[in-house]
Unconditional design. Structure first.
Length: 256
């Protein structure tokens, strides 16, 4: 199981796509009648889908896995009394994903799919490799974390006063629930090859007058390098690298 993509609705979707392709460094993965698909250099068919909408909205956050992995989540959701709706790919949707979707405690739509057609990897050391984590602002972070652990079967990596860091594989966190008192996406983080790749992109953006809103720096939980930017469409996006890899022996960190 791993984080796969985030799907957004945005006003002036074409302008957002232009930024993500031309400035941020994602790659064109195709277009359907309803959405533009953007990929990184890894084997995920796409890491973002952008469609036109009257106001900014998160359509879904998507995870991919084997049929066995996603069926375990389906089974736990049904036992918990959570409605599960089937998901079938749109015509010409990259990867031809199939699976299901369900709603989190605060209405966040989560998709769990198996891709029939993984993408070929691309060699480019200065492009994002993957979408590595999507922290979510929460009205009740404790309830959201409990849902992620009990229903999704994910693991808690670290807990601070501000947020809970949650993983679905060996990557330190794919989700984080942020104690903000409101429900919204916090930011989207794109993993780069290494620290040098992050710094080269920070320099490249600075050359065209775009400076980080925060960073470069290094986080405590996850130990990852970061540089945050505010995209023209209002979302916070992050270049990151060196995200900690953990296993079952990892001891959960606490606020103290």
């Amino acid at each position: 199981m791993r984080l796969r993509s985030v799907e957004l609705e945005l006003p002036r979707a074409d302008a957002a796509v232009d930024f993500l392709l031309g400035t941020w460094g994602l790659l064109d993965a195709g277009k359907t009648r309803n959405a533009s698909y953007l990929r990184a250099t890894g084997d995920q068919p796409y890491v973002m889908a952008i469609s036109e909408g009257p106001s900014p909205a998160v359509v879904s956050v998507t995870f991919s896995g084997t049929k066995q992995e996603i069926e375990k989540i389906r089974s736990r959701a049904k036992k918990a009394g959570i409605s599960v709706a089937p998901y079938a790919a749109e015509l010409d949707e990259p990867g031809a994903p199939a699976g299901f979707r369900l709603a989190g405690p605060e209405g966040q739509c989560l998709r769990f799919v198996t891709d029939k057609k993984p993408a070929p990897r691309v060699k480019d050391p200065d492009k994002p490799i993957a979408l590595t984590h999507v922290p979510i602002n929460a009205a009740d972070a404790d309830a959201c974390t409990k849902f992620a652990l009990d229903v999704l079967g994910f693991k808690l990596s670290d807990r601070t006063r501000l947020m809970d860091f949650i993983r679905c594989d060996s990557v330190h966190h794919c989700l984080a629930y942020v104690r903000t008192g409101v429900s919204a996406i916090h930011h989207m983080a794109f993993e780069m090859q290494d620290l040098d790749a992050v710094m080269r992109n920070v320099g490249r953006l600075r050359d065209v007058g775009i400076v980080p809103a925060w960073g470069p720096g290094r986080h405590g939980p996850g130990n990852n390098v970061f540089a945050y930017y505010i995209a023209p469409f209002g979302a916070v996006v992050e270049y990151t690298s060196e995200v900690e890899r953990v296993d079952a022996s990892y001891k959960v960190g606490g606020p103290d």
